[in-house]
Design a protein around this ligand. Structure first.
Ligand code: VOV
Length: 248
């Protein structure tokens, strides 16, 4: 049996994607529309307060294309908190006008492929902490997709010896590092939690950088041979002061 890589696991993660029932919103009185927008705004302000207190994080984006209209990404220290938060969101008035299109449960993850030998507790390392418990920036654009590593005949990631996987991940990391300052990447693991094995969430102020990095990585063996991808969701940041024009 090949050696499993150990992981460091951070906050629990829930990606919630919805389509908006525009025709149902349109027939509401303006005061009814205002009430549900204001309640949503209060909910989002609460998420910001939790983020400011470093007890979690969140992101809210308007998805481009017909697969979804909205992506609400929530991070919390425990799955119980995340579960309760989803329930709270489901009970908002706005949820009566949202049609679930996709959801993804995972945990923020760092693998130890490239970890250096050390006696320190990695969970106390400031860099590791910033990766496992991220303070999500309000970048203009998001790109989220779930993915697997292939298990197909000779192309089986899980049968590769540890040293081979380490080399492949080193090459992968080198490409990733050339996008430093342009893209922030968040890897969430979901083995046993959802259909795919990882969620990749990228944030950037330039949507084109997503296409560039994903295309470049396609030529790298880690993705070229072993990457299996779900649907890609891309979108534009939806700040509170745009909620009115978004929904009305
Ligand atoms: C800014 C871009 C960027 C950077 C710097 C980066 C670096 C790194 C490092 C250093 C490591 C390993 C240690 C860890 O932290 O886990 C990883 C890990 C991982 N990555 Fe990555 N990745 C990036 C970006 C990046 C992208 C765009 C993708 C999607 C692949 C593609 O073709 O679409 C991806 C995938 C992953 C995955 C699925 C894992 C976990 C694999 C596993 O088997 O455990 N990743 N990644």
């Amino acid at each position: 049996m090949s050696e499993a890589v150990s992981t460091l696991d951070g906050w629990w993660s829930l990606h919630l994607l919805y389509n908006v029932d525009w025709s149902a919103i349109r027939v509401l009185d303006e005061s009814e529309q205002d009430a549900l927008i204001s309640e949503l705004e209060t909910f989002l302000n609460k998420q910001q307060a939790v983020q400011d207190a470093k007890n979690g994080s969140y992101a809210f984006y308007n998805i481009t294309g017909q697969k979804a209209d909205l992506l609400l990404w929530l991070l919390r220290p425990t799955v119980d908190e995340l579960n309760a938060l989803e329930l709270e969101f489901n009970k908002l008035q706005i949820s009566e006008f949202l049609i679930p299109s996709y959801s993804y449960v995972s945990v923020v993850e760092m693998s130890s492929y490239l970890a250096k030998d050390s006696n320190e507790d990695p969970y106390e390392n400031p860099y590791v902490k910033s990766r496992l418990y991220p303070d999500l920036p309000k970048s203009k654009y998001i790109c989220f997709y779930p993915m697997d590593k292939k298990r197909d005949g000779d192309d089986n990631w899980y049968m590769l010896p540890m040293t081979d996987r380490q080399k492949l991940m080193r090459d992968h990391g080198m490409i990733g590092r050339s996008y430093a300052g342009k893209i922030k990447q968040y890897i969430t693991g979901s083995q046993g939690l959802d259909k795919y094995e990882w969620g990749v969430t990228l944030l950037s102020d330039d949507m084109l950088e997503f296409k560039k990095i994903i295309y470049e990585m396609r030529f790298d063996e880690t993705s070229a041979r072993y990457g299996v991808f779900g649907d890609f969701y891309v979108g534009v940041h939806l700040p509170n002061d745009k909620l009115d024009t978004f929904f009305k």
